[in-house]
Design a protein around this ligand. Sequence first.
Ligand code: NAG
Ligand code: NAG
Ligand code: NAG
Ligand code: NAG
Length: 422
Amino acid sequence: MPSAETSPLLNSNGNHHDPESSCDADPKKRGIVWGALTALFAAALVLIFGFHDEFANTFGPLLGLVPTDPALAALFILDRAPYHLDLPILVRGLYRNNVSAVDLAHTMPAHVDIPRLRKGKVGGFFWSTYVQCPNPKLTGEDFLNATWRVRDTLEQIDVSKLLIEKYPETFKLALSAADIQSAIGSGKIASLLGVEGSETLLPCCANTTPLAFDMSPSTHTCHNAFADSCGFEPGIIPLHHGLSPLGYTLVEEMNRLGVLVDLSHTSDKTAKDALKHSKAPVIWSHSSARAVHNVPRNGENQTDAVVMVNFAPFFVATPGNATVAAVADHVDHIASVAGKAHVGIGSDYDGIGDVPVGLEDVSTYPALIAELYRRGWNKYELGGLTGGNLLRILHKAEEVSHKLRATGALPRYDIYEKRTDL
Ligand SMILES: *[C@@H]1O[C@H](CO)[C@@H](O)[C@H](O)[C@H]1NC(C)=O
Ligand SMILES: *[C@@H]1O[C@H](CO)[C@@H](O)[C@H](O)[C@H]1NC(C)=O
Ligand SMILES: *[C@@H]1O[C@H](CO)[C@@H](O)[C@H](O)[C@H]1NC(C)=O
Ligand SMILES: *[C@@H]1O[C@H](CO)[C@@H](O)[C@H](O)[C@H]1NC(C)=O
């Protein structure tokens, strides 16, 4: 049983039950109880500090003290953290969306299965629905022609929901910050849905996907009618020079719906436009720091947001140099520029082919936490990194949504200017 202190996800909505507040008000009785507790505490301190680290590692956690060994400290602190995982695309690729054939209870190909999620102390993740960029030859330059992208996205959402339902003792669908806290509180892995690429909405309206945490307009590696993408390699030619007029509308509609704006795949200009325009904080669900390794997918520093660091070796370091320490460098850099409250862990497991040395799959997250602990991150900062920061953003986005609705913000009915059928 984790101490409540180590679980920022459980604490932040004030659910924390303080035993003192329900205590008998009789001052004498309280004095005796306190005396006994103080004596016990003092005895424990003597035991812990009077003996070796090994002793502290074993018994310290019982008193809420972080073990001195970074590896043990990581397991202690890393209670339940959310990430960004591409499991649904693996189910599509390897199992033709046949959820019956997927056995998450045992070793799966690639990076994710239940035993490894549990070993890595994963508290939740965005079930990321990824589909490939449409061929511009098929969509046409104006993105008007229908492609398989919407169908495939709906299939990916379906696969996610079916897998979540298949393992009800492990996963729980989470559509709000409160859902996440309740899932984690009941020992389940909070399952958030995230769509990669707002072009999956096209050429329709922004309001057809009632998902909690869509990743739109996370234009994947291609532009769409809403926004410019950052591409994969430098040099992609911009189309709208940031958000298109419809993109601005989409941001407003997402704010109204309480859907998080994810900027991981956007161009710098799109990100800047969205940051300026969004009334709610935004996230980069799986990006790293360009100052540490200069690729377009890595975000520039901005103000109120969380950047969730990606582990793809290509984004992390020069070939052969992607290690736990290199990933920790990205975390440290974002923290030094934006503050520790603005970093999270994205990882992108099952969405990346190669992995850093020491971070091979979802069971290895504690290695990163241990490395950061060694570098001086304390348990509160690590609690933020591994969930608290993202949860804060979600709460704020929900507040914005409530406020907008309460003040009469209406759904947007804007029509893409290139449409001729409406
Ligand atoms: C789906 O997988 C199950 C279990 O492996 C198998 O029995 C079934 O035939 C598969 N269905 C299809 C349509 O492939
Ligand atoms: C898009 O659809 C229209 C109408 O069906 C068709 O005439 C046009 O050739 C299509 N464009 C592309 C690029 O496929
Ligand atoms: C990033 O932070 C540095 C230092 O605070 C600042 O000079 C720079 O303008 C920031 N970049 C962006 C894109 O905000
Ligand atoms: C690490 O990167 C350097 C240059 O950036 C390169 O020379 C070296 O070979 C790389 N290390 C490994 C283990 O590949």
